[in-house]
Design a protein around this ligand. Structure first.
Ligand SMILES: [Zn+2]
Length: 113
C-alpha cells in the first residue's frame, strides 16, 4: 500500500522535528495532499494510525487538507479546476496544459509539546 510508505515518511519528518526541539510528544500533524497525487485520504489516515504507534507521534492527530487540482494553459490562460475535466492539452488552443496545483504532498506544520 502506497499510503503506508507515505505515512512512514511523515513519521520520519515528525521524529526529526521533535528531536530537533527536544520534544517527547507531538500533538498534531497537518499535511497537504493534492487531489492529483493519487493518495486516498482514508487510506492515509488508516496508515498513519498504524505507523505512529510506538513513536513520538503516538498521540498525534493527523489533519489532511486536500488541495484542489488546477491546470492552466500557458498560451491562452485557459484554466481547469478538478481532475475530472483534466485534459493534457488545452481545449481552447491545443497547447499543453501546465499543472498549477493538486500534486502536493507535504507536511505543512507539526505541533509539538
Ligand atoms: Zn490554451
Amino acid at each position: 500500500m502506497h499510503e503506508m510508505a507515505i505515512a512512514q515518511s511523515i513519521i520520519e519528518i515528525v521524529e526529526r522535528e521533535a528531536r530537533k526541539h527536544n520534544s517527547s510528544g507531538v500533538r498534531k500533524v497537518k499535511v497537504q495532499i493534492g487531489e492529483f497525487s493519487g493518495v486516498v485520504k482514508e487510506a492515509l489516515e488508516f496508515s498513519f494510525e498504524i505507523a505512529k504507534s510506538g513513536t513520538v507521534a503516538e498521540n498525534a492527530e493527523l489533519e489532511i487538507e486536500i488541495v484542489e487540482f488546477k491546470a492552466r494553459c500557458k498560451v491562452c490562460g485557459f484554466e481547469i479546476n478538478g481532475v475530472d475535466d483534466f485534459n493534457l492539452f488545452c481545449s481552447r488552443c491545443g497547447d499543453p496544459m501546465e499543472i498549477v496545483s493538486g500534486r502536493e504532498m507535504r507536511v505543512e506544520y507539526i505541533e509539538i509539546e
